[in-house]
Design a protein around this ligand. Structure first.
Ligand code: FES
Ligand SMILES: [Fe+2]
Length: 431
């Protein structure tokens, strides 16, 4: 017990009694914020982008991970990189445009210029520098210690000794596959990003992204709309065997998933009336192609089920009507920045793309039918935490905790998976 560093006893678990509580100080205490930067964001693999976003040589995007601004690019030799967006000379931001295509990175402050693989290329007044200048590469752009990808999803890690990305993702990989297998010709991120912020702690959105427990209360408006468009029950299209209608599962390392049969449409191959009769043949044909390619059982699972997947700590994949990748970046104890990208089948029909993008905006967009509800609820939580300073208050996450694994969809198993890992890392951290 370290009584003075403020990091002890933030997550209180007693499995034998089904007790699972999180101190509200986890969302407000600057010492916790500082500790999670080191214990979590400097140690875990963090998603930065998809290969399709840097398909062309020279292409780059600014991304942010663990409080650092990065240039995610494909260099002119074809290699994908992630560099700190800071000039090695005196630290000016190298790129100020959020994306684009370049042949070199030019620092406008004193004119140092770098090739797209990060090497110092033009050093003004080279002759007044020692002959040996940059022999050690310290005047090149700074690459992140680790950059790896899983089937085109790129992650960085600031811990050079971390396990491989593949090992880190572990049991989450088959669920990522259910998302990535949706495109016959592969997947791509559609241009255009949801980019918003919320006055709440980042963990509130990580846990919310996989929390089935809030659906019926917070999103009742949307669910009422779904019921009017498409009354239950939902039948599988081909009679293939179905997994349970909905469950939550621990995938290890803090990763977790909620998977459930959906009453709404799925661009991957489940039509619903809200899309109009005219779209039915196309969506059904998409399902048939999917079944032919991956088999009836997997096609049923891909098309008729949604998945909310959390890759610890801050990548949420919402495989709903379409597919959304959401990153959650902490800025302060009470402020987070959120980005969401639509991941889509490459070469899909115009109808499919239209339906997908409508869903991207209508349900999960910052002005959609769900996200504003979530953002408001999270901000109200944060407000209450901030306005109960010094009170020893705890969040209760025990719904369904007497069951060891595979919780029903509306329990709090996924949320506990997140917090168990968060607590493990924070409690082990030595400031
Ligand atoms: S800070 Fe970039 S060239 Fe000086
Ligand atoms: Fe929600």
């Amino acid at each position: 017990m370290r009584a003075t560093d403020g990091l002890d006893d933030l997550v209180h678990i007693d499995d034998s009694r089904g007790v699972f509580k999180v101190s509200r100080r986890s969302f407000t205490d600057p010492r916790v914020f500082e500790a999670e930067r080191k214990a979590i964001f400097d140690k875990c693999w963090l998603y930065i982008g998809h290969e399709s976003e840097v398909e062309k040589r020279g292409q780059f995007h600014l991304r942010s991970a663990g409080g650092r601004e990065l240039i995610f690019n494909r260099d002119l030799n074809g290699k994908v990189n992630a560099f700190l967006n800071a000039c090695p000379h005196r630290g000016a931001r190298l790129c100020t445009a959020r994306d684009g295509s370049v042949r070199t990175f030019f620092c406008y402050y004193h004119g140092w210029t770098f090739t797209t693989d990060g090497a110092l290329h033009i050093l003004p007044d080279r002759e007044v520098f020692p002959e040996t200048f940059n022999d050690d590469g310290s005047a090149n752009m700074v690459a992140v210690p680790r950059l790896e990808h899983y089937r085109g999803l790129y992650f960085v890690c600031f811990d050079k000794d971390a396990v491989s990305l593949s090992d880190y993702l572990g049991a989450a990989k088959p669920y990522l596959d259910l998302c990535l297998d949706q495109g016959e010709a592969g997947m791509e991120v559609v241009e255009g990003t949801h980019d918003y912020a919320s006055s709440a702690n980042w963990k509130l959105l990580s846990e919310n992204s996989v929390d089935g427990n809030h659906l019926s209360s917070l999103h009742s408006t949307y669910l009422d709309y779904v019921k009017t468009v498409n009354p239950p029950p939902v039948q599988p299209q081909d009679g293939a065997s179905k997994p349970t209608p909905g469950y939550q599962r621990d995938l290890g390392n803090g990763h977790t998933v909620a998977e459930y049969a959906v009453p709404w449409g799925r661009v991957a191959g489940k039509w619903w009336p809200a899309w109009g009769e005219e779209t039915k043949p196309e969506i059904e044909a998409a399902y048939q192609r999917l079944a032919k390619r991956v088999g009836a059982e997997k096609a049923d699972r891909i098309a008729n089920y949604s998945r909310n997947l959390l890759i610890f700590p801050n990548l949420a994949i919402v495989d709903g009507t379409g597919l959304t990748l959401r990153t959650i970046e902490p800025s302060a104890t009470d402020y987070m920045k959120v980005k969401a990208y639509a991941l889509a089948e490459k070469g899909e029909s115009e109808t499919a793309r239209r339906l997908r993008l409508s869903a991207f905006v209508e349900f999960l967009g910052p002005g959609g039918l769900a996200t504003p509800d979530d953002v408001d609820a999270l901000q109200q939580c944060q407000k209450s935490y901030d306005m109960s300073a010094g009170m020893p208050l705890w969040n209760d996450l025990s719904k369904g905790s007497l069951q060891a694994k595979d919780w029903p969809f509306d329990h709090e198993g996924t949320v506990r998976c997140f917090w168990r890992e968060w607590g493990r890392r924070i409690h082990a951290h030595k400031p």
